[in-house]
Design a protein around this ligand. Structure first.
Ligand code: ZN
Length: 170
């Protein structure tokens, strides 16, 4: 099929949105507005996304292709930057704190106290993991050769982007 004006638009090198998804062409930048609240900002957080093209994930299973890594600078206002850093720090601290809890349990003979300690340790560890993952702000739904599909951006940010030209592609 010969390229038409409409086709050219589809591959424009600007981020677009469709519903809650953010479609970012590889090497394109995001406009300087916080992705969590939409206020203007000049601060970008470098985030690395790892994933594979959804259509090729079965190839990944048999080891034919490897995971793609894409680094994306995410605009964040100072308030949300602090929140992201705090969640990561607190999450990591909880995960570390869960280890001595586990050691104490492993040392004690089985008792109700040990069981409570074990459940507490697992709970603290899981909560730490949740906080850590929340600090990542956006998650990659798909990483293709030409674009990365992200979810988790606020409507206040997405509303500043153009609508994705084709609905049929994804
Ligand atoms: Zn913000």
């Amino acid at each position: 099929m010969r390229p038409t004006a409409v086709n050219a638009l589809e591959y424009e090198d600007v981020p677009t949105r469709q519903d809650g998804r953010l479609y970012l062409p590889i090497n394109a930048g995001l406009p300087p507005f916080c992705i969590q609240c939409g206020v203007p900002t000049e601060v970008y957080k470098i985030q690395e996304f790892t994933g594979a093209d959804r259509d090729a994930s079965w190839l990944l299973l048999i080891g034919v292709i490897s995971l793609q890594k894409v680094t994306v600078p995410l605009p964040l206002c100072p308030r949300h930057m602090r929140r992201s850093r705090f969640l990561k720090l607190f999450g990591v601290l909880l995960i570390i704190a869960a280890v001595p809890l586990g050691l104490v349990v492993g040392d004690a003979s089985f008792s109700w106290a040990a069981l409570v300690g074990l459940i507490g340790g697992v709970g603290v560890f899981s909560f730490g993991c949740v906080l850590w993952s929340k600090s990542e702000v956006l998650s990659a739904k798909r990483i293709g050769d030409y674009e990365i599909v992200l979810s988790g951006a606020a409507e206040e940010f997405l509303t500043r982007l153009k609508l994705r030209a084709t609905a049929a592609n994804n």
